[in-house]
Design a protein around this ligand. Structure first.
Ligand SMILES: [Zn+2]
Length: 183
């Protein structure tokens, strides 16, 4: 049996419970799909760019950068930090899906400015297991953008590292500020 957008959302096992936030998202998706027409795109981003950014809820990348559906890859994590997994996604983005430019976006008021590696130690004390990942907390936004640019530029896995630029997004003005990689 095929599933189409016109079918009702699956019934909750307990239809008397209050709708959850996920229920709300599923409902919104049904409305989205009802208006959706297949744009006929393939998976290769039209603008050949990958944007690496923080997961922050105040950062609407498509609106802030004038991007349309299909234009770019968006790769996000806490802080927009260039971790091994970001390099994994960038490598696939460039080698398998044709992107050439990388844009890195951190932002003012980032949660990682308030954390330290103690976060990890506290988790270890609580659950008895040390996370394998670093928190990647930072105190200096500009310095962390520079470090992120450096990690991308020096990755041996990425064939295209000549157009890598880093920015800080101001969550109060919506404006990007470019960070000079040399300072
Ligand atoms: Zn953030």
């Amino acid at each position: 049996m095929s599933i189409s957008a016109s079918q009702p959302a699956p019934q909750s096992p307990d239809s008397t419970r209050q709708p959850t936030v996920t229920d709300r998202l599923v409902q919104a998706n049904a409305e989205y799909a009802a208006r959706f027409t297949d744009p006929g795109m393939d998976a290769r981003p039209v603008l050949k760019v990958a944007v690496v950014a923080c997961m922050d809820a105040r950062l609407d990348l498509h609106a802030a950068l004038g991007l349309e559906l299909g234009d770019c890859h968006t790769i996000r994590n806490a802080g927009g930090v260039v971790t091994d997994d970001i390099i994994r996604s960038l490598t696939i983005s460039q080698r398998a899906l044709g992107t050439r430019s990388v844009v890195l976006i951190h932002h003012t008021g980032c949660g990682l400015l308030t954390l330290t590696e103690d976060f990890r130690h506290e988790i270890e004390a609580e659950v008895g297991q040390r996370p394998a990942w670093a928190v990647e907390a930072f105190k200096d936004l500009e310095q962390d953008v520079r470090q992120s640019m450096q990690r991308v530029r020096t990755s041996p896995f990425l064939p295209h590292t000549d157009d890598v630029r880093g920015f800080i997004f101001d969550v109060t003005t919506g404006l990007l500020r470019e960070i000079d990689p040399q300072h």
